[in-house]
Design a protein. Structure first.
Length: 686
């Protein structure tokens, strides 16, 4: 497959578009129901979907009751299926339709898989509800009552049974299983074993009448099953047209992926409709590989897994030309866009950091901390964590020994912000001018820097960073305290920290698994909470609006900022995006770029709500490619040795940490060759 030609096609990156249909129906009118089915299937195929699911007994309607024993209805259902089979010829989509099927002098409630003029398999319902308003055992036999594994239907001899898996030959990661309504409501659904047998997409054809509270329960049921099975789960249920003699119907359709809802239909819509989602099959596969207990479960249930039969068939997926991703890709994967969820995330991360520091102080028997305060984001947030920890311990905030240490390039703005922040926090605030000791160090090592010969190199920068950390460690010794690190996850990923006796080192680092984009919101969250008073809120707002800079090289003009971190290592909002999809899922750079392009391309703000506090920057493919190259080289080739010996720090999120004792173990002398080679698959132009 030519990646350059198909880069903008979602199928080139192991996504697949799936659909759930909610058709209007007429009770005991299979011809009408087949017409609606064909119409919606064609719509789904035109949108690029390769699979569409219809409701349980959709060709007859679920509410036929004893009419299911009328031959005229059963014959009409088979005729309707025949028309669907005929209409499927040439359509690049597999359909799953529900109807009653006769076999072995029994009647089964079945899901029938149809693709390109062929019935690929028939799946009978395993669990028949016969309680409350349900009387299915009156009309139907369960799947385990069947004694054959094939049957004749519409002139074809087809596979029959509850243990069928369907595999698209053209999409190796797309293997699906079908169960029917009640099957997912039992303690161990058939789809659980199907997932262990390799099914990545699970489908449920349901009728499911509506009563108060049932919609929310369906969400829980489908979401949890998709999460436990590490699979996509498609759920469709009966809607408009079903008999309301004793029941009502809302037509709820759901698509979940590993516990995350991707799409939901409009309930009580009143007209036929289809919902779509782009399922990330590679993500599911990689999650299963990563969770080794998933494979262990397969071994433990080998007898059940062995019962499945795989039905393979070709389907010409729409892989040629552009087919943009319609799935929402968050620009800030570490930061929820929804305000309520974002506040909850900030609250939880903040408390994880505080709790971790509390435990370290309690276990060490130490009641004081030493921290360097620069007036920038990271040290600000670390100081806020220290303040909360002291409050929780019942200790005075004066036990926080905070030092701001201006150097050769410290700006008046950040120095003022550091002083004001320490004052509103109420910690013990001190100021140490490191310029004399740095000047001495530069002279001692023979660095050719003087007022007449300015040489602003890496040595000049790191002498300042090292002097700050050296002072902090000795101050900790002096006051029987521990040094709190302030560096964040983004800096560790990019190697943007001074190794050894520099900002890379501390006794304990509360920020090490918090990315820069999230720290921004953590500080804003504290500011908006008013927890440190109006004066403190003003200080935090000023810090949030300050350009990120190490402030190690003086500006050419008085007070000018010479260094801007993001001009060297790229925008943090892009690099955090790259980091998330690289360490969380192990995606190839070409897929990361595809996702970034989907996230950052122009779009209607009304359709794609984002955090209003973050500038709506737009990045084209050229920007994405350029900054991804920077990330790959720095992450895989030049900075692992720093991460191999980082201090203790709490993991705060499922997005991962870079601790060698936790999520990330890697050689310090790796090359970035294979990642940079994959980068070449990304087109240079839109």
């Amino acid at each position: 497959m030519n990646m350059s030609k198909n880069f903008f096609n979602l199928y080139s990156h192991d996504f697949a578009r799936v659909a759930v249909a909610i058709p209007n129906c007429k009770v005991a009118d299979p011809a009408f129901n087949a017409e609606e089915t064909i119409k919606l299937a064609r719509q789904a195929a035109a949108r690029g979907a390769v699979l569409v699911a219809f409701p349980e007994l959709g060709l007859s309607a679920y509410t036929c009751d004893d009419l299911f024993h009328q031959r005229a209805l059963l014959d009409a259902c088979e005729d309707a299926l025949g028309s669907i089979v005929e209409a499927s010829k040439g359509l690049k989509i597999a359909m799953i339709v529900g109807l009653p099927v006769r076999a072995e002098h029994k009647l089964f409630n079945c899901a029938v898989v149809v693709a390109d003029g062929v019935i690929r398999g028939v799946v009978p319902k395993s669990y028949l509800p016969n309680y409350g308003e349900f009387y299915e055992a009156r009309q139907f036999s369960p799947a385990d009552a069947a004694t054959t594994n094939t049957l004749a239907l519409c002139g074809q001899q087809v596979p029959f049974g509850a243990s069928l898996l369907f595999q698209f030959k053209d999409l190796p990661l797309f293997r699906f299983h079908v169960e029917i309504c009640e099957d997912v409501w039992v303690p161990i659904p058939p789809s659980s074993f199907a997932a262990l047998a390799g099914a990545t997409v699970l489908v449920n054809l349901s009728a499911s009448n509506i009563v108060v509270g049932k919609s929310a329960y369906r969400h829980q049921l489908v979401g949890q099953q998709s999460a436990r099975c590490v699979a996509a789960y498609l759920y469709t249920s009966a809607g408009e047209g079903e008999s309301t003699t004793d029941l009502a119907w809302d037509g709820q359709g759901l698509i979940y992926e590993n516990g995350e809802m991707l799409a939901e239909s409009e309930r009580f819509a009143g007209e036929s409709h289809v919902i779509y989602a782009d399922v990330d099959l590679e993500r599911l596969s990689r999650e299963r590989m990563k969770q080794t207990t998933f494979g262990r479960s397969t071994a433990r249930h080998a007898d059940e897994v062995a019962k499945f039969t795989v039905v393979e068939f070709s389907l010409a997926a729409p892989v040629e030309g552009a087919l943009p991703l319609e799935r929402r890709v968050a620009r800030f994967p570490y930061v929820p866009a929804d305000r309520t969820r974002r506040d909850a995330r900030c609250n939880e991360v903040y408390n994880i950091q505080v709790q971790a520091l509390l435990q370290r102080l309690r276990s060490s028997g130490i009641s004081k901390v030493v921290i360097g305060v620069s007036g920038g984001l990271d040290s600000t947030h670390a100081l806020l964590v220290c303040a909360k920890a002291m409050d929780r311990l019942g200790l005075p905030r004066a036990n926080i020994l905070a030092y701001t240490m201006p150097g050769f390039a410290t700006s008046d703005r950040t120095l003022r912000q550091a002083r004001e922040l320490m004052q509103v926090i109420g910690c013990t605030a001190e100021e140490i001018d490191i310029r004399p000791s740095c000047t001495q160090m530069l002279a001692d090592i023979g660095h050719p820097h003087s007022e007449d010969n300015e040489q602003y190199d890496i040595t000049y920068e790191n002498v300042q960073a090292g002097e700050r950390t050296s002072h902090l460690f000795r101050l900790a010794n002096l006051h029987n305290a521990i040094v709190i690190g302030t560096g964040d996850l983004s800096e560790l990923a990019l190697g943007w920290c001074t190794y050894g006796v520099g900002d890379h080192m501390s006794h304990y680092n509360v920020n090490a698994s918090v990315p820069k984009t999230l720290i921004t919101h953590l500080v804003r969250w504290v500011a908006e909470s008013g927890a440190i008073g109006d004066a403190g809120t003003d200080v935090l707002e000023h810090i949030l609006s300050t350009d990120i800079s190490p402030e190690l090289i003086p500006g050419k003009a008085s007070g000018a900022l010479e260094q801007k971190t993001e001009s060297v290592i790229g925008p943090y909002e892009l690099q955090d995006f790259n980091l998330y999809y690289t360490i969380r899922f192990g995606f190839a750079p070409s897929k990361v770029a595809f996702l970034a392009h989907a996230a950052w391309r122009d779009r209607d703000a009304g359709d794609w709500p984002e955090d209003p506090n973050v500038a709506r920057n737009q990045y084209g493919l050229v920007d994405i490619r350029k900054n991804l190259r920077i990330f790959l080289d720095r992450f895989f080739r030049t900075s692992q040795f720093k991460r191999s010996c980082i201090p203790n720090a709490p993991k705060v999120g499922s997005g991962g940490s870079l601790s060698p004792r936790g999520d990330w173990r890697a050689p310090s002398d790796s090359q970035a060759t294979v990642w940079l080679k994959d980068l070449e698959r990304i087109p240079e132009t839109e």
